[in-house]
Ligand binder design. Structure first.
Ligand code: HEC
Length: 457
């Protein structure tokens, strides 16, 4: 990517860059071992937070042209769904494991974690004054936590939703917040008492995402039916309908100066608007599938998007960069050809998002399965197993791995953090195991996971 945004033409057609006109943002943030669910940038763009399916979040140091891994936040027991920066030195994340966690950005230490139960926590927000963190849960509640020192104190439960809660956002005053639910309603709550003030708007279809505009009245929403628009909380009605998406709206981001807006959907479409008048300025098609996370650079010229791929990528909105990223490195593990061996297909579809087959685990959520046959359960050095696996006492063999997927991890290794999966037919299990026996055998020709991915293509 060229850093030359503004050119001036000198005599005889010689062009020259006007120095310092465009800050070049990194093209990608590389470091996760699984799909990325959300991305957030600090107000000055110098740091970022990404939350991934690989059970971790990463704090990034964002420099000119490059993004370096600052800290890995490890400690959730399931895929992460969202993360938010809290003040200058903390972050909060939520996970499928039903918990919200608070982290120290500089050290990567988990400061506190509150478990609310079995259901996924899907979204997290912080009030601008840094007093509160709130989370949206599929248990039909949202939760407000007071930040006292380095702890999350349960402050209020926002109840009354008739479906899972998909989104939560504070109003600028930090005293009120809104939720969006699968039941189609956007509700307004008092942050201190947790009381429902009113059902501000009913869309009919599930509402997935919310963003509050600086006037504290207008709210951008996106819904499961592809509808996106702006409502007025005071008037309880739509004040602006945005172009409809063909697939569910999955993500929304406002720039730090609140003047630009990006909306992403399940088919990979990202639309970029100026908040003033909501004119559609640019549209982008992520060739790699759904857009789960979005963030806008402080200069409003670059959009960062997260999805199925392991890396967060950037789209340069202005000056408009060539549309299609040139090299296709869409996670190759999802693209195994239909003619591949049936066991390899099972692995690609059901396991590879969390496990590699090579000596390095590539930061995926599960341990590498390299050399798994004959290995004692829960014994790979350096991998943070659950207690259940660490203390279990058997050895992985054709039989025990087959049992794992015949009866399910919840039966064979109760308490394991591996999500429930079963391969129901014996043929599927046999094919997977035959493949695993070949592919996990330690040997001199094992390649790094990256090279391996290239071969799997
Ligand atoms: C969503 C992530 C995820 C998926 C998908 C997944 N696993 Fe796992 N797996 C894990 C995690 C996390 C652990 C560690 C569990 C623990 O510590 O309790 C694990 C542990 C294991 C272990 C035990 C390894 C050891 O060192 O003791 C085996 C074997 C295993 N997985 C095989 C598979 C196979 C085969 C598949 C596909 C059919 C699969 N897993 C799919 C996340 C996953």
């Amino acid at each position: 990517m060229t850093a030359c945004g503004l050119k001036t033409v000198l005599a005889f057609g010689v062009t020259m860059c006007l120095a310092g006109t465009v800050h070049a943002w990194p093209e990608r943030f590389e470091g996760h071992g699984g799909p990325v669910k959300s991305i957030a940038l600090s107000a000055d763009g110098s740091s970022a937070l990404s939350s991934s399916f690989d059970y971790s979040a990463i704090v990034w140091q964002v420099g000119k042209d490059s993004a370096a891994v600052g800290q890995r936040l490890i400690g959730h027991e399931g895929p992460l769904n969202d993360g938010v920066l809290v003040g200058k030195d903390m972050a909060a994340t939520v996970s499928d494991d039903g918990s919200v966690a608070l982290w120290n950005l500089a050290t990567g230490e988990m400061l506190d974690r509150v478990d609310e139960g079995e259901e996924k926590m899907i979204r997290v927000a912080a009030s601008a004054d840094g007093r509160f963190v709130a989370s949206a849960s599929w248990d039909r509640n949202a939760y407000v936590y007071g930040l006292a020192g380095n702890r999350l104190g349960r402050h209020a439960v926002l109840s009354g939703h008739r479906g899972p809660v998909n989104a939560v956002a504070f109003l600028p005053d930090g005293k009120r917040l809104i939720t969006a639910s699968y039941d189609g309603v956007i509700r307004l709550f008092d942050a201190d008492s947790g009381e429902l003030q009113r059902e501000a708007y009913s869309h009919g279809w599930g509402v997935n995402v919310l963003a509050v505009l600086p006037d504290g009245d207008r709210v951008v929403f996106g819904a499961a039916d592809g509808e996106a628009g702006v409502i007025s909380l005071a008037r309880g009605e739509i004040v602006k309908i945005l172009p409809k998406h063909e697939r569910p709206v999955l993500s929304v981001a406002l720039s730090s100066d609140l003047s630009a807006l990006a909306i992403g959907d399940g088919a990979g479409v990202i639309r970029f608007y100026s908040v003033d008048g909501f004119a559609l300025e640019e549209e982008f098609q992520n060739p790699y599938g759904p857009v789960w996370g979005l963030a806008i650079s402080p200069d409003n010229k670059t959009v960062f998007y997260a999805g199925l791929d392991d890396s967060v990528k950037s789209w340069q909105v202005t000056p408009r960069a060539p549309f299609e990223p040139v090299e296709n490195d869409f996670p190759r593990r999802f693209q195994v050809s239909e003619t591949a061996d049936p066991g390899e297909l099972q692995f690609a579809r059901k396991c590879s998002v969390c496990h590699t087959l090579t000596p390095d685990g590539a930061n995926r959520a599960g341990p590498t399965l390299y050399g798994v046959f004959g290995r004692k359960v829960g014994s790979l050095p350096g991998y943070p197993y659950s207690n259940a696996l660490r203390t279990a006492d058997f050895v992985w063999s054709e039989k025990t791995i087959s049992d794992l997927f015949d009866y399910g991890p919840d039966v064979v290794t109760p308490g394991s953090k591996m999500p429930l999966q079963r391969l129901r037919t014996e043929a599927d299990r046999d094919a997977l195991i035959a493949f695993l026996k070949r592919a996990t055998a330690p040997g001199p020709d094992r390649r790094s996971s990256q090279e391996r991915n290239e071969v799997v293509k």
